[in-house]
Design a protein around this ligand. Structure first.
Ligand SMILES: *Cc1c(COP(=O)(O)O)cnc(C)c1O
Length: 397
């Protein structure tokens, strides 16, 4: 292990400094250390067995309702509608935001591909916007500047000056669990007549100024994929404070079937995006342990911040002022982008999992020709961020 001499600064190569700092943060933890490992320490076996014992494994059953009510309690958002994946939930958010063929939707360049795909499924075009250095979320000031240059509002509708297309909505992603600047972003959305949608897939349990994320946008999406802080194996949810939108979300995710004792009457083209009861049962057990997961992940986050405080050439990603992050994934930003891949390799060689952020959306072949704002900050982050082993169990030593 490379240790900084007490007398001065560690002059070893950056990748070795990164590995040494991670090892300091993890103390005696067992290796290999995964990025995020699911945990089944609660009632998972009991609830899943209950589904098997009663035969309620599929699209009908009490755990789906219970999971939705518990998500409402956990998030403080009035209505939660379970869905088969986070991507499906985002798709439904787009449909309910009124996004359709020929529209544009402002989407972060720095997000998971599902955010942009959900826009594309509706026939609309993603229009990529700039990230902020501190939160990794959409930068409200850069967004305002870009809209002033590229858009105008006419009869209450925002249009792209160049393409003439309606810019219907703004999606913001809470990256790694760090809440983005929702107050400022909501103000921009209001000023430009944009429907605000939150991709809160990574941010269950994150708060901004005491309020859970996901309730600021007209609609929000959660994910319960295996790598998220609460998992149902695969799953998602739509959150909204609007009761009419919640009813529509349920309708669209359940093939638009009219409630009836026996008739198969469907009143529009819709989707089978239901979350099976089996998965919801797992989710109910997972949600009971959410606060414990967050508490342990936050202990780990504090250890990383401490371990990297004295490491030159590296800064930690920390929760923005006034927020509580769920600490889903920890990350560092390297001063020198040339050190990213060597650092990832050095971590792997030491049995530690590190990952880069996503490839920016406008670099993916299907999105290369989409409209976009200048993206220097997103590009700098893409080249410099490394995420670190963040399983809650790593804090248990
Ligand atoms: C995981 C994730 C999604 C998609 O969720 P799935 O459940 O995997 O479909 C969307 N956006 C972000 C930011 C994510 O991290």
């Amino acid at each position: 292990m490379t240790q900084a001499p007490a007398s001065g600064v560690d002059k070893s190569p950056v990748p070795l400094r990164v590995v040494a700092a991670v090892q300091r943060a993890l103390g005696g933890s067992q290796l290999p250390a995964a990025l995020h490992q699911p945990e089944f320490r609660g009632a998972e076996w009991t609830y899943v067995k209950d589904c098997l014992d009663t035969g309620w494994v599929s699209s009908v059953g009490a755990y789906v309702d219970r999971f939705e009510r518990e998500l409402e309690r956990a998030s403080g958002v009035r209505h939660a509608v379970a869905a088969s994946t986070g991507t499906a939930a985002l798709h439904v958010c787009m449909l309910l935001a009124g996004v359709g063929r020929g529209d544009e939707v402002l989407v972060p360049a720095l997000t998971f591909v599902a955010t942009a795909n959900a826009v594309s499924y509706t026939g609309a075009v993603p229009h990529f916007v700039e990230a902020e250095d501190r939160t990794l979320g959409v930068d409200p000031e850069a967004l305002e500047r870009h809209l002033q240059a590229a858009a105008r509002v006419e009869d209450g509708v925002c249009r792209n000056r160049e393409t003439g297309a309606v810019i219907r909505a703004l999606v913001v992603t809470h990256v790694l669990g760090l809440p983005c600047d929702l107050d400022a972003l909501a103000a921009v959305a209001d000023r430009w007549s944009l429907v605000l949608v939150e991709d809160a897939a990574e941010a269950l349990g994150s708060h901004m100024r005491g309020v859970h994320v996901g309730g600021r946008g007209r609609l929000s999406a959660l994910s319960f994929n295996g790598n998220k802080i609460v998992t149902t194996g695969g799953g998602g949810a739509i959150l909204t404070n609007d009761p009419a939108l919640a009813v529509r979300a349920k309708h669209l995710t359940t093939t638009a079937k009219q409630p009836h004792a026996w008739a198969f009457d469907h009143d529009e083209v819709a989707y089978n995006y239901r979350l099976p009861n089996l998965n919801a049962a797992l989710g109910c057990a997972q949600l009971e342990r959410l606060e414990d997961m967050i508490a342990r992940k936050r202990v780990l986050a504090a250890r990383y911040i401490d371990a990297f405080a004295s490491v030159e050439g590296v800064r930690s990603l920390v929760e923005p002022a006034g927020s509580r992050s769920n600490a889903w994934l920890n990350g560092i930003v390297l001063d020198d982008p040339a050190q990213r891949d060597p650092s990832l390799e050095a971590l792997a060689a030491a049995g530690l999992t590190g990952r880069p952020l996503w490839t920016l959306m406008h670099r993916l072949p299907m999105y290369a020709s989409c409209p976009r704002a200048p993206l220097p900050v997103a590009e700098a982050l893409e080249a410099r961020v490394v995420t670190l082993p963040s399983s809650a169990c790593l804090a248990d030593e």
